[in-house]
Design a protein around this ligand. Structure first.
Ligand code: TXA
Ligand code: MG
Length: 339
């Protein structure tokens, strides 16, 4: 395929992106979480191109992105009333809800499942393009399968040049990690399948019973047969560098790094650690929000710098930190150090 076409967010460029999507092409689009690799969710051939471009396993289902509640109702059925309360509070935004699908959602989108993942993104460029196409857009993160998700148009170009028609540059993603994915288990009960920017505490303000799936908090690789969200069973978010997650306070972290002998190694630490850190390092912010926004960018940067081993200071596993930790432990292939 030819060079990727880089589009701006001008009206005429968004019209051009929508025209490509109506024609069954795949286009990289910004969302507030990460860039998505979008296609018309009702067009099986177009959706097949997403799986091909990413090298994604066919049993890993996609999220459909909608621009209105009525669009959700057109493609999902038997919608529990709690969905409307959650949508009122968190949509448009980084929350994905798993619902029973209608017949008009092709099985290639859902990986053969009877359910479909639905999200109304906050990013206005994305919602404008959905409106212009008039159909929901199926979109996974726009990275090659297994590598860190893209948080800028340049990341999409790095992974997808020659594989997709175009990318719309909407600047840096404000959230930086993928949406929180939830499913419903009866009246007033939900399960978090993938942690994200919308935290368990926030969900708890709407729904009494919030279950955090055990695969999220476990430090061991999940048993494949126990995974409810197919995407969680694959190695994920990994740079080429070996990532080692170090669950220690700063002094023990420093001691650990001082004892390592690997060549081309680097540490990924918090901004406030840097002053007292005598080894090679990069930083990924101070607050959990900053860590979420910068993590994937830093993992990609590590590869650009030719780093072979990356020692990462682990965030606290609460609030947004739960999501940051979840991406890191997968990037590390469950290699965790704790003395
Ligand atoms: O923020 C996001 O969610 C980004 C942007 C582009 O919207 N998208 C994204 O998509 O992260 P993807 O494909 O990388 O992750 C979708 C996750 C996967 O873990 C997948 O297994 C899960 O959602 N999923 C999708 N449909 C599902 C279903 N019917 N049942 C259970 N899990 C599902
Ligand atoms: Mg992904």
């Amino acid at each position: 395929m030819k060079e990727i076409n880089c589009l701006s967010s001008s009206d005429s460029d968004l019209e051009a992106a929508a025209a490509l999507l109506r024609d069954g092409e795949v286009v990289g689009l910004p969302t507030e979480t990460v860039y998505g690799l979008a296609a018309d969710a009702t067009n099986e051939k177009a959706v097949a191109k997403i799986f091909e471009a990413k090298g994604r396993p066919a049993d890993n289902p996609l999220i459909i992105h909608v621009s209105s509640i009525s669009m959700m109702e057109e493609y999902a059925e038997d919608i529990p009333s709690v969905v409307y309360r959650l949508a009122e509070k968190f949509w448009p935004g980084p929350l994905t809800m798993i619902l029973p699908k209608r017949n008009n959602v092709p099985y290639i989108v859902t990986g053969g499942l009877e359910t479909v993942a639905v999200r109304m993104p906050e990013n206005e460029i994305m919602r404008k393009v959905i409106d212009l196409v008039g159909k929901p857009l199926a979109a996974p993160s726009a990275n090659l399968s297994g590598s860190p998700s893209p948080t800028s148009a340049q990341h999409v170009i790095d992974d997808m040049n020659g594989r997709i028609a175009a990318v719309v540059d909407g600047g840096r993603c404000s959230v930086g990690l993928e949406s929180t994915v939830i499913s419903f288990e009866g009246y007033d009960s939900l399960r978090i399948l993938r942690p994200g920017f919308i935290t368990p505490e926030q969900l708890n303000s709407i729904v009494d019973d919030v279950i955090i799936d055990k695969n999220i908090t476990s430090d061991e690789a999940p048993e494949v047969k126990e995974v409810l969200s197919p995407g969680m069973k694959y190695k994920h978010y990994s740079p080429k560098a070996r990532v080692i997650l170090v669950r220690e306070g700063f002094e023990l972290f420093k001691k650990y790094v001082s004892e390592q002998t690997e060549q081309d190694s680097c540490s990924l630490i918090f901004d406030y650690d840097a002053e007292n850190f005598p080894y090679n390092y990069m930083t990924y912010g101070s607050t959990p929000e900053e860590q979420a926004q910068q993590l994937f960018e830093r993992l990609r940067e590590a590869d650009k710098k030719g780093i072979k081993t990356l020692y990462v200071r682990a965030p606290r596993r609460e609030g947004i930190g739960l999501a940051v930790y979840n991406r890191l432990i997968r990037a590390a292939g469950y290699e965790v150090v704790e003395s």
